[in-house]
Design a binder for this molecule. Structure first.
Ligand SMILES: C[S@@+](CC[C@H](N)C(=O)[O-])C[C@H]1O[C@@H](n2cnc3c(N)ncnc32)[C@H](O)[C@@H]1O
Length: 396
């Protein structure tokens, strides 16, 4: 693609220049999670500008930075060998992630960059053996971010770099959570020409080779603060766009996730409403049964009270009968004693009568007879009363 001639407008000429085009390329991994989004335009520009013969990345994860390098190779039609090294298991800072991350990247990568790029699934140290010394023009170090790890990665891969080599370090502006890239970076800045981007967690550009291509050499030799700031701000601004888009994609995904949750909760709620209706119906049935039982209990209580009253009446009647029976029995005993008395008197009189019969005075006999007759009557009356009382006492 050549420059579009626009007459005398230098600004419009600059806007349409081929050199500037990589800053406006649309990234290909949009929507994928990464802390690298704000540096994608710079990666596009750097590769298009320094045209490396080989690129190696240490730490690829979802492949956002690596795809930016590879995309520039494709768009610029470069003859570049690219390699991404990662265990694709994660680490203490990136976290441990699932096997799906590697599988998804592999599918994307193979169809798009398979002809010039390799995913090397190993540790950085194990991968050293696959790369000859002095073979790498662009190295991106983005593995574990502790001071020791970054220092080790830089030093162990240093012999692999060519005299045109540029090395990128991500996260040079992070000081939290045991990150130590900033410290390695401050040490290396003393030894090599460099440029520091502070946005997007910080990206360090180190011109390690003695003969780095002009674009990188110029970038790393700017000593005018206003130019440094202007380059930082403009790259930050174009990079921010992709970060915003990434956040939007995250929000859309989150909204989708929440919408699914809402659907799920709605379904659960419907289920609970149906269940509540069921319970309400069951409760009504139970209430009706309970009302019946209360009625039955009240009726039973009434019946019980009636039975109790009847029992009391019977008890009182029995008590009365018993008392009457006792009184009658006492009277019987009394009469019996009187009867016994009469019987004794009767016998005495009979004896006297016998004696008198033997005697001559008739008048005495007559009197005794009358007296005896009277006693007999009294005795009969007494017997009649006793048997009358016995009959009543049996009936009572
Ligand atoms: C911060 S992430 C890389 C981010 C990626 N450059 C991007 O564009 O989003 C760091 C990655 O380095 C990998 N890693 C860390 N130390 C490693 C080691 N010694 N060997 C291989 N992979 C390692 C982890 O598995 C993780 O995927």
């Amino acid at each position: 693609m050549g420059d579009i001639p626009l007459g005398k407008s230098t600004m419009l000429d600059a806007m349409c220049s081929r050199e500037l085009a990589p800053l406006f390329w649309r990234p290909v991994r949009l929507g994928i999670t990464s802390a690298w989004w704000e540096h994608v335009p710079f990666a596009h520009w750097l590769v298009a500008s320094i045209r490396p013969r080989s690129i190696v990345e240490l730490g690829t994860h979802n492949g956002v930075s690596y795809s930016a390098f590879c995309e520039a190779v494709v768009r610029e039609g470069l003859d570049t060998q690219c390699s991404a090294v990662d265990t694709w298991l994660g680490d203490e800072h990136a976290g441990r992630y699932s096997e799906g991350v590697y599988a998804e990247l592999r599918t994307f990568h193979d169809s798009r960059y398979g002809s010039f790029s390799t995913l090397v699934r190993s540790t950085f140290d194990e991968a050293l053996g696959y790369f000859p010394d002095c073979s790498i023009d662009l190295l991106h170090i983005d593995g574990l971010h502790t001071y020791d790890a970054v220092r080790h990665d830089f030093e162990s891969w240093l012999p692999k770099l060519t005299d045109r080599a540029v090395v990128l370090f991500h996260d040079i502006n992070v000081r939290a959570n045991d990150f130590g890239v900033w410290k390695v970076w401050s040490e290396l800045q003393e030894r090599y020409p460099s440029f520091t981007f502070t946005h997007g967690h910080g990206l360090g550009v180190l011109a390690v080779g003695k003969a780095v291509p002009a674009a990188a050499r110029q970038l790393c030799s700017i000593d005018d603060d206003s130019r440094v700031n202007s380059i930082r701000e403009r790259f930050a601004l174009v990079g921010e766009r992709w970060n915003v888009e990434f956040r939007d994609a995250q929000r859309v995904a989150e909204i989708g996730r929440l919408a699914l949750m809402v659907d799920d909760l709605n379904a659960q709620m419907q289920g609970r409403i149906a269940h509540a209706d069921q319970l309400e119906r069951a409760l009504k049935e139970v209430n009706a049964i309970e009302a019946n039982r209360t009625e039955e209990a009240a009726s039973l209580r009434t019946q019980l009270a009636e039975v109790e009253a009847a029992r009391k009446t019977l008890h009182d009647a029995l008590q009365e009968q018993t008392e009457r029976g006792d009184a009658l029995a006492a009277r019987v005993d009394e009469l019996k004693a009187w009867g016994d008395d009469l019987l004794a008197t009767n016998q005495t009189l009979r004896a006297e009568l016998v004696d008198l019969r033997r005697a001559p005075e008739r008048t005495d006999i007559q009197e005794l007879r009358q007296e005896l007759e009277q006693h007999k009557k009294q005795q009969d009356a007494l017997h009649a009363e006793i048997s009358g009382l016995r009959g009543r006492s049996r009936l009572g």
